[in-house]
Design a protein around this ligand. Sequence first.
Ligand code: ZN
Length: 437
Amino acid sequence: MPLNEIAASLYAWDLHDEGVDHALDVLASRAEVNSAYLVGLMHKEKRPLHARFYPHNPVRRYYTPEDSRAYWLPDASRYGRISPLTSDRDFLKGKDWLRTLIDGARARSMRTGLEISHTVIDASYAREHYEDVLQRDVFGNIVGAFEAVEAQRALPCLNNPDVREYLLALFTDVASNYDVDYVQTCLVMFGSGRDDGGTHAYGPVAWQQLLAVATGGCFCSSCAAKARSEGLDWDEIVREVRHLANLSKRIGLEELHERQLLDEANYGESALLIENEAFAAWLHFRKRSITELFAAVQQALRGVGRDVEFRYNTYMASPERAGLDFKAAFQFVDSVRESDYSDQLGTPEGVATKRAKLMKVRRSLREDQKLIAALGVRPNATPETLRGSVKAAVDAGADGLSLGHYDGATMERLDAVREGLREWEAQERDWQPLSAG
Ligand SMILES: [Zn+2]
């Protein structure tokens, strides 16, 4: 299939600093971008992410965004108890950056979209105003994303009714009030725990990583009520998962001793799952919860009366540890952006990792669902790995590419996308008869 869609992401501050026309002209002319989306609900993450400084921003060297702010003008009437926060920064606040991007993109006949990124709720604000909606681990601690507990991050529980209402409102607000072709999300799901590996460690082995899921979320009251309504023995789940979490964190002398035996045993993931039935039931409960959320988002988008694509953007190597089962949840999406950036390793092995991830997603999709392959167009990638990534997308039956991210891209990397498309004959224009004469 041809790689028809070449997407690229932009941030509100990119549009402010470089101007929407300049950024889109660079992307279209160098990398054949024909689809632009705003990272419209962006988490707290220093930009650019990998390089210390921006390669081509004329205004600032780097930027540290506020946590989980919306960069469109949210329609307050759509939201219930939780509504999105917008920017307090002088150069961003009060402006409709999604409208700005859409106007620039439509003037170039591009597709347009918006991304609801990893987190949708400012952690400090949520800890102060709606602590009850946050994910809890089996010990009752608030579960965060990505960073240490001390960083005080926080994830909302996707089984909490107020959170569910908020999420659906985000999607329908954007889909109803803006001329977007797709709404994409890489929402962080259930906290998947952490592990420091066992006594043999050069990094944790597979069963230790699975064991660490017992230290993740969620054990809030909404999850307990939902699980009980599905007939699960929640008390037994809590008892068993707490024991596994103690093993994972080495809490208690008996648990430390047992963990040391396991680390030195020929133990594996299948044994862990077969032995611990309540833990396995809890993993399936999380999977059902996530699959239901995907179904609800798709239904809400269908309900707005416009044809707006629901695009899921992957973010984990092992998404099932966060509750996401591709085969089940992807029944309810229109397209998937596989957001692997292994091309940034700068090696053929990195490209092979990307190819494998693309194959995994493609296998989970129907023929009518689109696969969009992310490319890391940042300095750690090389023109060679990027052209190889275009080949990986062709090999895996992809329908498009999606560049991450313009702010950190170099012109040479953007040019490599255009060259890779030609080299691997990725589009219909490459499959034509030779012209006469
Ligand atoms: Zn919960």
